[in-house]
Design a protein around this ligand. Structure first.
Ligand code: N2P
Length: 357
């Protein structure tokens, strides 16, 4: 009996020692929650070398996950399975997340590099005073097209896409607001229209584009168009810029009927565990040289004014990707249309996708 107790005690002590050792080891390699930073960002939206550099400089361990739409990101954050320290939603989604009380206020004293951001991108209506969000990238929605494949056919408007000559030549990004938005814009309606009749007309008009649509895809759209698998794509500006570095036959246009101007900002979800680390990461990404390196890799347009001096001139001076304030004023920023209307956009988009099958 005595022996049994001794064996039992030895096992307990050994287990405790083991647990202690694992714990020490975990924090040494950075798995304790303080030392881990979990980031949720769009696909292809950061230079991985910068994550390595941040880890080296801070000793933190970054866990990095990606999403391909604002809606998917929101669902994941609402479900709360994984807790994220940083997310990068677009403006209308930030407004929605604020409405649902999902974001933490930022401590500006920990973000001295915020001064590097061009004031054009500061204090916008979806987040007055940038209390909850800090600019990351911005851009437009438009059409990328292959001049070589299209011969002398010009594309300048959304309505050009309905030309029967483009049968099976168009790829679309998988975004409800972008695609329904194209339908709305092509009929002269606003991207923030909530009139059910207008929205149904937009969906019906999109259905008539079906013969020209080759597929609705995610980030692989860049590879497909750069490899000339399709001549035309509805894309976000930076994806077009990226493809154009790969294939010189490509060009990008913001359609004449109007289009979307968007802003993706970094936020800290309320459920974040490493709030200090999140601020460190945001401030790191706001550094001028870091932002320049990231922008060169990602190809989207940077809101970081101080970064521009470190970037190639032909990139900064390209008006297709750095449109003037006069042009951007003509574009529409998505508004948070409320639960019911956003659900309607999503439903119509789903129906449109099913109609294609
Ligand atoms: C990056 C997509 C950027 C998204 N792949 C536009 N909000």
């Amino acid at each position: 009996m005595n022996k049994l107790i001794r064996v039992f005690a030895a096992v307990v002590i050994a287990s405790l020692l083991l647990l202690f050792a694992i714990n020490r080891l975990n924090s040494a390699v950075g798995f304790s929650s303080d030392n881990t930073l979990t980031i949720y960002n769009w696909g292809d939206y950061i230079d991985d070398d910068l994550i390595d550099r941040f880890e080296e400089e801070t000793g933190m361990k970054v866990i990095y996950e990606t999403f391909d739409s604002n809606e998917a990101m929101l669902t994941k954050i609402q479900q709360g399975g994984t807790t994220y320290d940083i997310a990068v939603p677009s403006e209308y989604m930030i407004a929605k997340m604020l409405e649902e009380d999902l974001l933490l206020p930022l401590d500006h004293s920990k973000l001295p590099n915020l001064k590097n951001i061009d004031e054009r991108f500061i204090d916008l209506p979806f987040d007055p005073g940038n209390k909850f969000s800090v600019p990351y990238f911005w851009g437009t929605v438009g059409i990328v097209f292959n001049r070589e494949m299209l011969g002398d056919m010009e594309i300048t408007s959304w309505n050009d896409l309905w030309d029967p000559a483009f049968e099976n030549e168009i790829l679309l990004i998988d975004g409800a607001r972008e695609i329904i938005g194209m339908g709305l814009n092509s009929l002269g309606y606003s991207l923030n229209d909530t009139n059910v009749d207008h929205l149904e007309k937009a969906k019906a008009k999109l259905d008539t584009l079906t013969p020209n649509i080759k597929a609705i895809v995610g980030d692989e759209i860049k590879m497909l168009i750069a490899n000339e698998e399709a001549a035309i794509g509805l894309v976000w500006s930076g994806d077009a810029a990226d493809m154009m570095w790969e294939n010189e036959n490509l060009d990008y246009v913001v359609p004449s009927e109007g289009s979307n101007l968007w802003f993706d900002n970094m936020v800290i979800p309320k459920t974040a565990k490493n709030i200090e680390g999140a601020h460190q990461f945001i401030n790191f990404m706001l550094d001028a040289e870091v932002a320049a390196q990231n922008t060169e890799w990602v190809s989207y347009s940077t809101p970081n004014k101080e970064a521009l001096q470190y970037m190639p001139e032909d990139m900064v001076e390209d008006e297709r990707f750095y449109p003037s304030p006069e042009l951007t004023e003509k574009l529409e920023v998505y508004e948070n249309l409320g639960k019911k209307n956003l659900a309607l956009y999503n439903d119509l988009f789903l129906q449109f996708k099913m109609h294609r099958k």
